[in-house]
Each structure stands twice: as C-alpha cells, then as structure tokens.
Write a new protein. Sequence first.
Length: 719
Amino acid sequence: MMVPSQPAGPDGPEDRLRRFATIWSRAIFPATATPLTRPEFETHLMPLARKLTDALHARPFDTAPAARVGAELVLAHCTDPEALTRTLGVIDSYLVLYCGTDELPVEEGRARCARLQHSLAAGFAQALRERTLAEQEAIARSALAARSHAEEALHATETRFRAVFDGAAVGIGIADLEGNVLEVNETLTEMFGGLEHHVRSRNVSEWVHPEDVPHVWRMYGELVRGERENFRVEKPFYRNDGTVLWTNLTVSLLRDTEGAPQYQLALMEDTTERRLLNLRLRYEATHDALTGLPNRTLFFERLDKTLSAAGSTRFGLCYLDLDGFKAINDSLGHASGDRLLVEVADRLQSCATAPGEMVARLGGDEFVALTTGPDTQRGVADLASRILGVLATPILLDGREFTVRGSIGIVEGLAAEHSPAEVLRSADITMYRAKAAGGNRYELADPEADARAITRHGLTTALPAALERGEFFIEYQPLVHLEDGSVHGAEALVRWSHPQHGVLGPDRFIPLAEHTGLIVPLGRWVLEQSVRQAMFWHQTLPAGTLGGPLRINVNLSPTQLHHPGLVSDTVEVLERIGLPPGSLCLEVTESGLIGADEDLLKPLRQLAEMGVDIALDDFGTGYSNLANLRRLPVSVLKLDRSFTQGMQQHPADPVDLKIVEGIVSLAHSLELAVTVEGVETGAQAEHLRRLGCDTAQGWYYARPGPPEQLHELSLADAV
C-alpha cells in the first residue's frame, strides 16, 4: 500500500513542509524558553523539519539526522520534557501526512516515522544529559583546580570544593593513574549501595562488566597514558549485592601544573530506572498489546536486518490471514474475537521455536512467520504445515467450538535478492491466491502470478483516470444477414489504449471495472458513443445501402443490469442524439439472467416495450431452463461460437447441426431472431444459412475495426 493522499491546501513540497513546521512551532512554542517570537521560532524549525523529511525518504535509511534534530532542540532552549512529548506527537501525526510521497509505501513510511521518533528522543535526552554533565564537570574541574592554588586560598577552596563535591546530583569519584579510588561523594556511594569503604577500597579495573562496550577499556588506557583528555560511555557496574547499576559515565584526565597526568575524575549519572523505562517503552512500541507477539514495527526491523545479510543467507516468510474471521467477530462480538486471536497467537508462537524463527502480528487477523537458515526451502513449508496443523484443533469460546482456518502465502529465497517491500507484497498476493483456491492451505510465491496480480492492480487503479483522459475507444464488428450477405448492423466492442500495455481487449479490464463499479460510467460512455456512431451512419448512408438502416449492438454487464439508472440513462441518450429505439440492441449474457426475478427483468421489459431489442448473448453456455425464454423480454438469441466448431470439419458434425436446428426452430416458434457469433469459414456460414439462422458475425466477414470499415463494405465483400 502507498502513503495516504496529502491534505487539502498548497500542493508544493515546500508548502507542505512549511505547514508541518507551523504545526510543530505552535505545539512546542508554549513549552520553550526562548527570546524568539513564534514566527521567528517557526523559521528556526524549518531546517529541522527539512532534515526529518530528508531522513524519512533517505535510502539507505538512517536515523542519525533525527538524533541531531533532537540535540538542536536542546540548543534552541526546548529543554522542557513537554516540548519533547509534543514534538514526538507532531511527528507521529503529521510527518508522513505532510512530507510523505507516493514513492514511499505506507507501511515503510510508518515504520520509518516510528524509528525517527525514537532516535530524536534519544538525541534530545543525550544532548540534555551532556549539557547537565558539562555544567557539573566544569564545576568539579574548578573545585579540583582550586586545590592546587596558593596556600592562602586553600581553606576557601576546600570549602567550595566540598560544597560542590558533596552536594552534586551526580556521582563524583577521583582515582589515581593506577586506578585506585581516592575519594567519592555521597551520591556515588549511594549508587553502589551506601557503603563508602566498599567503593573507596576498590580499583577501577575491578569494575569490568560483561556488557561493557568493546572500546571502553581501550579509551580508559589512552586516558591514563595522557593520550586523550576524556571519554563518555554508557557503562554498567555490579553493586555489592550483585544487582546492576547502569550509568552515563564521563571520565576526564586531570593534569598537574606541569601538564603531566595526575588524577582521573569520573562523573556518573544513574540511568538504571531510565533504562528500564526505555526497555519497557521499547517493548510496548514493538509488541502487539493484545497478543504479546512482535508487532509490525519489530517485524520490519527483523526482516530488514535479515534481508540486509550478505552472502548466501536464505529466508522464508509465511503470510497468514484467517479465513472467515469477520463472521466470528460479527456473530460473537469483538471481545470473543480478541480471545480467539490470543489463542491463535499462542498456537503460532508454539510453531516458531527453532533458532532463526519468529512470529509477529501485523494487525487484525494477519500474522507473519519468518525463518532463516541454510535450508529454508524445506523449512518454510514445514513451518506453514505446522501452522495449519495447530489451527486445525477446535478453539472453545463461550461453550462453543470453532475451527479456525487460514490461508498462507509463502515467499522464500536468497536474502540479498529481495527488499522488505517486495517480500511483503509477494507474500500478500500469494496469500490471496491461497484464499481464492478455497483457503486452509498454503501457496508458494510465483513471480509470474505476482506480475499478473500487480498488473491487474495497476489497471484497476488506472481505470478512472483512463476514462477521464479518453484512453478508451470502440471498434465495430459487422452483423451480416445470412440470406443475402447484407450488413445488418454492428456490435460495439470497447478497447483500452493503455500508455504502457498497448491496446487491451475487454477481457483484460471489464472484470476489473465490474469489481470497482466503474463499469457503470464506462458502460454509459460506450452506449453514448455507439448510439452517436449509429446516428451518423443513419445520416450519411443512403437508404438501402448495406441492407438498410444499421442497428448497433451494445453489451450490458450484470452490474449495469442492477443499476437503477439503466432505463433513464438509455432513454436520455437515445432522445438527445435522436436515434430510433429500434436501431439499438442491448446484449445481455445468458448467465446474467439465470434465476432473474421480476425486479431484474422490469427495466429490460421497459426498454423492450419502447422498441429497444434485447439479445440473449452467449446462449447455450449457461444452465437456464429453455422454458424461461417465454418470460424473458428478449427478441434475439445469440448462439455461442462453440456451436459452430463442429461445422468447420467435412462432413459437419451431425450432432451440432441437429442442436442448432432445434434451437433455431425453438427460437423462431417464439418469434426470436437467431444470431451466431464466431463464424470463421464459408462452410460454417453456409450450414448456418441452411439451418435458418438470421444473422452472423465473425472473422469470415470482418474483424472488429474502426467505424469507417462499414462504409467500405459492399455486398461482394460481405459474401
């Protein structure tokens, strides 16, 4: 799926960016301690908004610019926590809406937006923390430097130092270059459990922790050797009771008056609770609240990491959609539906316990399972089979048993050859193929089937604009009297001149137009163009030319039959253009009238009563009762081309001849004319003439073509 349409207003990207900056400035200006006016503050936010927009669309995707934006907010005096909260809310609600583009899929846009928010918040917190630590370090440096001043200022200096050292809100420790702890303040002592002698008796080297970042002790060695002045890291420590203390640690080198390294100064900020909160927020942001499974955000992170792997890494993905879940929601209510989803999630989780496997909920009743490893071709099929197997066991809800079925689309291959968007799109298309095949099964991705589905989707979305741009045109295939070979009329056949796919026949787009409802305006356009062309023939062809006034045949789809404006639209077109109703024939397929009630037949009866001919198209392909012909308001039977196949051989198939002879006899007894389509040889035409058929069409006479083709036909051409 693509990004939602941009909101109403200015159309240019710069205008939408300006609007985003306006919303942002209005949201956080009240919580900002700045001497700027709000318009000035908005101008200050424009470059930051542009950085967020560029990061949203960057390839490869990088969240670092968002962290820098967070830091620049602190520099702009937006240090109130409420300013951060409002900033995150504005980005969540408006960044994709105003700054997204059609090239960025909606799922990817939302996932990127969430990661940008997280990075901005981290950058904001880091900048705010560094600002505080810088102030504390400056004070501590001043206090320690004061100790080496002149003897006469020693007492005052010691007093000031102790006031800062003991009253600091961060932990402060001083050690010699060998790492022996010389002095600590009360804050640092409390961080480690409250026993000062357990801290002062330690050596820095004893505080190694398994989760230390790899370069922390390398930087420490450089500092005590005088090769660096300071470093900052996030570092865990073990307390005396074995619990873990997480800190933001800043270590600085203190030199003597000669510039030689003398002491090391450590500033520690306890971030244990903040880290736990961040972990909790991270969990809530990446896990589904109902089922506890990883959600869309975490799944896309995992999928992106998997597909970014180099070498011969393979992956397999199962895209699951429950069959008939809406019926359960509608019958039992959403609360019971949620309980069912929780049970389904537990069962899916039990299927993905091997290394490299995970299950996630994308939303609603859609789940995904991902597996990685050297043999995912077999492993992903086994995973899909296990999923269908665990779903087969009935689920008990409110005293009733429900058997859950699912349709699964599988995509498998080399990680380096796919992108996350391609994988999800292919899996989704494949899942719907499994659902169309009856459900409760899995299907493997087929690139050719995917291409056809994508083409169908592209044609579907392009249909409305194609009608507005005039990309449709009509070809006409002559209808010929079998008795004398004169042209009786023509059938209007719509075509689509697609900019990329060339000329498309109705079989490529009419079903799509039916599905989307565009068939009604398209059918109205075909009717008007065809009637206008028939009127032109009436006015330009002399009486008697080509067998007299031509009749135009126009096809009606099942959706058009049910449209309430069928009669009024037809009457309006005929009256406005001036074509007599008897020169119009509307073709309705036999399958469209199977089981038709009087409500459906009423508009056809009205049209027939005013003189419009109704033809029953593709007769013989459906299962309607022949006795029903008496109640249908039709005046023409149009035999399907399958009846003429046996007439191509010599001698003709006697069974086909008898069938056609019987249908013609029945039709004429009901005062119905008989038209045959698909006539390709003179032998077929001669057989049909002898059997009493009235008119025919097919390549033997002429292929569908422009309207000028009927002007060029003569009696000799037709015969």
